[in-house]
Structures are given as C-alpha cells and as structure tokens.
Design a protein around this ligand. Sequence first.
Ligand SMILES: [Zn+2]
Length: 249
Amino acid sequence: MAASAPPPLEPLTEDWERALCVVAHPDDMEFGAAAAVARWTGQGKQVSYCMVTSGEAGIDGQHPDEVGPLREAEQLAACRAVGVETCDFLRLPDGILEYGVPLRRAIAGVVRRHRPDIVITGNFQDTWGGRNLNQADHIAVGRAVLDAVRDAGNRWIFNEQLTDDLEPWVGVREVWAFGSPSAGHAVDTTGSFDAGVASLEAHRAYIDGLGWENFDSREFLEGMARQTGQRLGVGFAAPFEVFPMGWGE
Ligand SMILES: [Zn+2]
C-alpha cells in the first residue's frame, strides 16, 4: 500500500482579540501550543491561561505539597516567556479530575470572567492519533470546556455566579483543541518557535523530576512543528481542531 501524504491544513483565523486557554496541568500548553500563543501575543492579542490543577501529582519522588507551588511558579515563568500576563489556578485535584457538573461550573466561571472570543484546550480524544493513550485529566477537561462555554452563556445555568459585575458570556466563537489527531487547522509558528521552546524550558524541575535526563525541549517540539508546518506550507506550525460554538452550523 502506498503511503499517502497527510492532508493539508487550513490556517486558523486571527481576527480576534481575546483568547482563554484552559488546560489540566502546568506544562500542557508548553507541549503543544506555546509557540502559537507567542505569535498571538506578539500581534497584540490578549491571551490568558487557566490551569485546572497545579500538577501536584506529577513527580513520583516528591510530595504534592511541595510540587504544587513549584509547578505553579514554573508555569508563571512559562507564561512570561510567551507574553501571557494572567494565569488562573483552579487547584482541583491532579490526576483524578472527573468530567461532570462541578468541573463545568468551575470552567464556566472562568469563561464568564475573561469573556474570550476563542477558548483553547488540549486534545481530548482517547489517543494522540496512534496507539498512545491520552491522559484522563486531559479528556475530562476538554469535554468540560466544550460544555462550559455553552453554560457560560446561559443565565440560568450556574446562576449563583452572576453576582456583582459577572454576566453571562455568549461571545465565544470557537473552541480550539491543540494537538488533536483530527486537526484540520494550524498556525504558522516559525517566527515564534524560540519563545515556545523557552516556555517549555521553564518547566525544568518538572522535566528533571520525570527522569527524562536527555530530554531536549527544542528537538522534541521541532518534530511535531516541522511535520505540521509541511501540511501548512510553512517551516513550523501548531495543529488545532476547530469546534464552532454557534448553533446550527
Ligand atoms: Zn497534562
């Protein structure tokens, strides 16, 4: 059987002003989308991060009480490397997140506060496209993000949040899942690639804690970025699956 080239990707729209990235763990953005974020902040767009957990269960040899603050600090450094000024930590329990109403409620509250045009999360399919399984928290968060974006627009869902200045928010046009094996879109990260590498490097204590002694952030990120770039017709790119959030599309 002849190998066929992977299909070309469409460029993502960039006619928006505010994006909110909601992911399960510190480092999730850096393993897939930080260079894209650096491109957008470089265009003057406002990009905020929200970590659902603080990744405190991520290092086998170290207690979560120590690891949580360490990983939050590394995440803030990773944010600075790509021009992200705001990072919320919801501090839900790492490793055992459950898809459900409490998770939707927490994320809907963040969407209502930030009022983004675009919401970004990570791949939440069962796999990364081959046989490598995705992680349970990623799947729970991604599914909850899709629902929470709609919840955020409905005054009668999580109505207790709508006090003071907080209003329903119906302005999210699309949800984008980076690293999805069903990605049909991508963004050119050739010019912002180095910032993406610096952002991943900010998680050094975590990477060392995993015992990946010879892990090279640049080499790792280049592999996927180059492959995706070929499909977009550029040097480097990051892939995204696009979910339109309007009704009846
Ligand atoms: Zn993760």
